[in-house]
Design a protein around this ligand. Structure first.
Ligand code: URA
Length: 314
């Protein structure tokens, strides 16, 4: 048991160190976790040996590991999100400590693998021209336990500046679309085909489409990201995302709304939010919304009558 206790402690310390390395300074901790943390070390070790107390210790580690799955910005304000991540007391009481620990181990292994992948991507110089022009590598953001993952094209100037995908005008529209489904950015995962902003030499603004060579060089990072996160549904935002993930160069107008498959995962192609900003037609908003309704249905999310009718003429 002492070995199990030490393993649990090591995993927890590793989590917290990973968070600290990512600049996180506060974590939300459930009251029961704080109570358990106040136990003297000997009692905590003993607690692992007693099934009822073991549930507290298991929940404690689960709470901390699930906190780490949320994006940094959600960590200070996450009680609503956290509550969805914390295992229910009943389930906790029923599970044997061995099962709990293996679950914790696998979740910490997942986080460690995610962090390692992120570190590799942040140090990438495979496209020397992009490595030279970028301010930040825009790896991805969100919940690594997310059921829903959005994939866009490539970072723009705002994303390059902040190191986070979809934070500019198109990103703000994407955030509104996500919120219209009843989810938040912290519930989903967002990434791009390219992790660096396509350079625009001689220009101070504007974006360009990634070249096939840049896409081929960068896509392995996204493949690994998807393999780790294992979302239930992928949403490809725009033609470049479809091309990068599926190798299809069919126009997005033809493909959108039709379920595709990415390595066995259902993938919904839809419009890129930048297109929706350029084209304000109600019919196109409705088309994009119908794609999201199909995604919600696939994920068995509740859909209200109001949601059902968004962008329909009165
Ligand atoms: N457009 C994208 O495709 N990705 C971003 O991150 C921002 C804009």
């Amino acid at each position: 048991m002492a070995a199990a206790y030490n393993e649990l402690l090591d995993a927890t310390i590793q989590h917290l160190e990973n968070l600290k390395a990512r600049g996180v300074r506060n974590v939300v901790v459930a009251p029961e976790t704080l109570k358990a943390l106040k136990l003297p070390v000997g009692d905590l070790r003993l607690a692992i040996e007693r099934p009822s107390a073991a549930a507290t210790v298991g929940k404690m580690a689960a709470n901390i590991s699930n906190v780490s799955a949320l994006p940094e910005k959600a960590l200070n304000v996450a009680p609503k999100n956290i509550s969805t991540a914390v295992i229910s007391p009943d389930a906790a009481e029923q599970s044997a400590i061995g099962n709990r620990q293996s679950a914790i181990t696998s979740s910490s292994e997942k986080l460690a693998a995610y962090e390692a992948l992120r570190e590799r991507a942040l140090a990438c110089v495979k496209c020397p021209h992009l490595a030279a022009s970028r301010k930040n590598v825009v790896f991805g953001v969100g919940n690594i336990e997310a059921q829903l993952m959005f994939v866009g094209e490539a970072p723009g100037a705002d994303e390059d500046e902040l190191g986070e995908p979809f934070v500019g005008a198109a990103g703000q529209l994407l955030t509104k679309i996500i919120q219209a489904t009843g989810l938040s950015r912290a519930d989903v995962y967002i990434a791009n085909i390219l992790k660096c902003r396509p350079d625009t030499p001689g220009q101070t603004s504007g974006n360009r489409k990634p070249t096939p060579g840049e896409m081929a060089t960068c896509i392995p990072y996204l493949h690994e990201q998807i393999d780790l996160i294992r979302p239930k549904v992928l949403v490809a935002l725009g033609a470049t995302a479809v091309e990068g993930l599926l190798g299809k160069t069919v126009g997005i107008t033809k493909l959108r709304g039709n379920w595709q498959e990415y390595r066995g995962t259902p993938l919904m192609p839809t419009y890129h939010p930048a297109y929706l900003l350029r084209n304000q037609a109600m019919s196109e908003k409705r088309n994009a919304w119908e794609d999201l309704l199909a995604v919600m249905e696939k994920l068995e999310m509740p859909i209200s009558e109001k949601q059902q009718n968004y962008f329909l003429k009165a």
